[in-house]
Design a binder for this molecule. Structure first.
Ligand SMILES: Cc1cc2nc3c(=O)[nH]c(=O)nc-3n(C[C@H](O)[C@H](O)[C@H](O)COP(=O)(O)OP(=O)(O)OC[C@H]3O[C@@H](n4cnc5c(N)ncnc54)[C@H](O)[C@@H]3O)c2cc1C
Length: 359
């Protein structure tokens, strides 16, 4: 098949202020730089290439891929980066070329609950079945946005692709509620993913849906989301609460077996401990949240007490409530001066705030 090409022209008078952030973000998706003319950045991915060229206020975007899935991924990566960083210039991306005007959103799948299994007092595993799941294994990311029905909107209207290649909502009044979850395990050939969902008591469409979902129920899924980890990391210091546990468990099951380090997981009760098929040399330790303590506070204390590992290819990974995540990010990035290529401290939820990171 001939290479598929997309392109878009933008007017961005202030691009000098933020273009570096856009290039950094695009490069962090396991891209390799490709030599290009002055004023042009070209990045190669396993699924295609992206090019950004600036001439005065005019910015041209181009992408090429061998198949429609790769091309859709490039449009998604580029459009998301400009939406995040170029807000001051209100970018209006309208892709031209192959796939332009195709309203099908390549990142969307309609999923159906296959089974629901209780994993402990506070967690339920939902196995979701759907077609064409290769994309969710292909790009090195492990999270998705579930698009949830709610009592007021039991039959949501699913998203389509807008002119910028991102999700648009044909019927905003019937827009489902998005919440971010991790694919705990998946088998694209057998057409399923497992999502482990916390049954917290603070309300919210994610926890409610997780509690009540029955085989046959439908839910939307968009993704994959997130960034691939630094592939060179061979030693980890990791911390997670219950919401980060699915991602931490997946890492312990899939990182190279020679990977060493320490992983700490904070849980509410001994019964919340889960079997993890740890295939690495990373030592796994469970911490019980002290009664009345703020979620993740004891976990952050322990991570800081452990200090930074001496191994030259160490990576710090942390996923929990916003306050401890901020403490650990500050400790790793500001106090220890470590960069984004060596650390990821993410807020997975925030006390008193609905839908963190879901938008
Ligand atoms: C990258 C990423 C991956 C994630 N993966 C998972 C996963 O695999 N499994 C999982 O269960 N969660 C995961 N989360 C966390 C999940 O998205 C949030 O907990 C989300 O807020 C749940 O939505 P909700 O509709 O239940 O509650 P919301 O509507 O978002 O919030 C309603 C209320 O519940 C509170 N709340 C939200 N989460 C919690 C909690 N954990 N404990 C106590 N109170 C809470 C909020 O502060 C708010 O007051 C992930 C988050 C991110 C960013």
């Amino acid at each position: 098949m001939a290479e598929l090409i997309c392109h878009a022209e933008l007017t961005l008078p202030r691009h000098g202020d933020y273009m570096g952030d856009i290039i950094d973000r695009l490069a962090s998706f396991q891209a390799r730089p490709i030599p290009a003319a002055p004023g042009t950045t070209r990045l190669g991915y396993a699924f295609g290439w992206a090019e950004i060229a600036a001439d005065g206020a005019r910015v041209s975007l181009r992408g090429g891929a061998p198949d429609p899935g790769g091309l859709a991924r490039l449009k998604d990566l580029m459009a998301t980066a400009f939406m995040l960083y170029a807000k001051a210039d209100r970018p209006r991306i309208r892709w031209q070329g192959d796939g332009a005007g195709d309203g099908r959103l390549d990142s969307f799948r309609l999923m159906r609950v296959v089974s629901a299994t209780r994993l402990g007092p506070h967690m339920r595993r939902l196995r979701l079945g759907g077609e064409g799941l290769d994309r969710f294994a292909a790009f090195g990311n492990m999270h998705v946005r579930l698009l949830l029905p709610s009592p007021g909107n039991p039959a949501p209207a699913w998203p389509v692709a807008g002119p910028d290649g991102l999700a648009h909502w044909p019927d905003p009044g019937r827009k489902p509620l998005p919440r971010v979850y991790t694919i705990r395990r998946m088998d694209a050939a057998a057409a399923w993913v497992d999502i482990d969902m916390l049954l917290h008591d603070s309300g919210g469409p994610g926890a409610s849906w997780a509690r009540d979902a029955q085989p046959g129920d439908t839910v939307g899924m968009i993704g994959p989301l997130g960034r691939p980890l630094n592939a060179k990391a061979r030693h980890f210091i990791m911390g997670a609460d219950e919401t980060g546990m699915p991602a931490l468990a997946r890492l312990l099951e899939t990182l190279p077996p020679e990977t060493g380090g320490t992983a700490l997981v904070e849980i509410a009760t001994p019964a919340d401990r889960q079997p993890i098929d740890n295939r690495t040399a990373i030592r796994l330790e469970w911490l019980l949240r002290p009664p009345g303590a703020a979620p993740g506070a004891a976990l952050a204390d322990r991570i800081m007490a452990e200090g930074w590992p001496g191994h030259p290819d160490s990576f710090g990974w942390f996923a929990a409530e916003s306050a401890p995540a901020q403490r650990i990010r500050q400790y790793w990035r500001s106090d220890l001066g470590l960069g984004r290529d060596r650390t990821l401290a993410a807020a997975y939820w925030k006390q008193g705030r609905a839908g963190l990171m879901a938008g």
